[in-house]
Design a protein around this ligand. Structure first.
Ligand SMILES: [Zn+2]
Length: 98
C-alpha cells in the first residue's frame, strides 16, 4: 500500500517507514524523505474506531442472541460500521503532526 507524505508530497511504500509511534490511538508515522511526522486525520481516525466498535457491539449482541428480533438490524449496522472503517483506512487523508 502506497502512502503519501502530507508535508513533502512524496510517495513511498508503507514498508519504507522506519519510525511508527503507536503510543496513542492516532498512529503517527515518520516520513522517510523529510522526517516529518504525520498521521491519519484525527476526525477520520475517530470515525474508524466508532465503525469498528459498531461491528464489535452488534456482533456480540447477535452472538449472545440479545434482542434477537433486531438481529438483521444489528447485522446491517455492523456492516455499515466496518465499511466506514475500511473506507477511512484506504481513502483517509493524512495530516502533518504539529
Ligand atoms: Zn515528507
Amino acid at each position: 500500500m502506497k502512502e503519501m507524505c502530507p508535508n513533502c508530497k512524496s510517495n513511498f511504500a508503507a514498508k519504507d517507514i522506519n519510525n511508527i509511534n503507536k503510543n496513542s490511538i492516532f498512529i503517527e508515522k515518520q516520513c522517510p524523505s523529510c522526517n516529518k511526522w504525520f498521521c491519519l486525520n484525527k476526525t477520520l481516525t475517530i470515525i474508524k474506531i466508532i465503525g469498528i466498535f459498531l461491528l464489535l457491539i452488534t456482533s456480540l449482541l447477535n452472538i449472545f442472541n440479545i434482542k434477537s428480533e433486531y438481529s438483521p438490524v444489528f447485522s446491517s449496522i455492523g456492516l455499515v460500521g466496518i465499511l466506514m472503517a475500511i473506507i477511512v483506512t484506504f481513502f483517509g487523508k493524512h495530516e502533518t503532526v504539529k
